[in-house]
Design a protein around this ligand. Sequence first.
Ligand code: ATP
Ligand code: MG
Length: 507
Amino acid sequence: MLKELLDDAVTTLQEAVEQTAAEFRPRETGTILQVGGGIARIKGLPSLKSEELVRFPGDVLGVAVNLEPDEVGVILLGDSERLAAGAGVTATGREADTPVGDGLLGRVIDTTGRVLDQGKPLSYSERRPVERPAPAIIDRSPVTVPLETGIKAIDALIPVGRGQRELILGDRQTGKTSVAVDTLINQRDKGVVCVYCAIGQRGTAVARVVETLRTHHALTNTIVVVASDEDPPGLRFVAPYAATTMAEYFMEQGRDALIVYDDLTRHARAYRELSLLLRRPPGREAYPGDIFFIHSRLLERATHLREERGGGSLTALPIVETQAQDISAYIPTNLISITDGQIYLSPTLFHKGLLPAIDVGKSVSRVGGKTQYPAFRGVAGDLRLSYSQFEELETFARFATRLDEDTRATIEHGRRVREVLKQPEHQPLRASDQMVVLKAVNAGLLDALALEQIADAEVALRRRVHAELPDLCERMETGRELDPPQWEQVLEVARKTLAEMHGQAPE
Ligand code: ATP
Ligand code: MG
């Protein structure tokens, strides 16, 4: 009896001692061995975990990435200029995290939540880790709702769905950012929350995007996350993960979110820089072996959640820059294989003034087609095929001196389709506006016009049909199909408009 009591007392005492020991574990401090170029090597933190944050003097944080037996490689998330070998380092026991919440909307911030727009301090609900596992397959559901970009060539021919990952790729200065920004602008009244993540860009370029979003009233609905080319490579590397965490917050509430990564070429370069400094073995194009994984684990986080998980979605539009139109370079092919399709912007089309310079033949959307509104599908149906046939014909026709009537008519019609697919930047169009114009050109109503008249005719058509047939336009907006007599009504108004424009009815 006494022995039992004694045993009990001993165990309790032992537990108490263990607990106190855990609470008062001596704080480990490490030392910097070497620092520079955005990384540091440290020693002396034996219980440090991979991906754990460490704190350097001056409140500079770093992420422990290379855990080796006698030293640790750390990616710095702040300025390394004032750090020197020999300085102390402490472990923080937590991972890199970022603020999330509705208070972030309309703000320009950096990866860690620092305010860059000189506004009031950031209000946020909580902080979440920047690296989070992607939703499990069982929690995902098929992409069913279109994400309207407002760009005719995309919505008609390469439609994107909510929860899809669609790559935007092209050489420098081909309008990649414009396509993404127009898509962000188009979400301002669609209830889709946006995140624009600028990676490694010049400050002026980011300022231009912010200004464009502001003037088009789309900033209040958007979070701009910036890691500029002057930021340390660590911040540029972490930026897209942090931005995704911010977007996921909305998806997990059952809302629809859209994220643009501008661009992942620079993200890959930042990672390459860090990896080489950390002495990881370089592979193809000197990128480390896990470069595919860092992009796939990022883009896997974009999805459409099933109803039981709230039914929210995260659509990703990663941008990648190609060099000399080489879409089979390492990073572009990786990203093409990870995403559900790509929008290719061609410098040739850009220089011909065919803007947006979308090369329809090299672009594809693997899941968005199913989400297109039935009315839209009817209009856009064989536009893609007939358009690529036209492009082929046009190339051959350049060498032929005499063409038969049919070929000439096909080419003339194709030229008008191409003219209609042109669109000025920052003017995204409603679905009904797009359908009216595409229906008219499909029906050959614009064939009698000169190419220069088409832009004016398009504006007139949109205005007139909206004024005279508001019910049908409403029907198109909500995705319902129009029956043939209703389409005939639309075409009738279109014919009338064009006849008035030119004083005679075009055949
Ligand atoms: P970078 O490689 O420098 O990031 P980018 O591919 O993102 O360039 P943008 O900056 O979007 O290209 O566009 C390049 C230029 O083309 C800009 O001056 C922009 O105003 C113009 N531009 C893009 N799209 C259109 C359009 N649809 N209509 C008129 N101008 C356009
Ligand atoms: Mg750009």
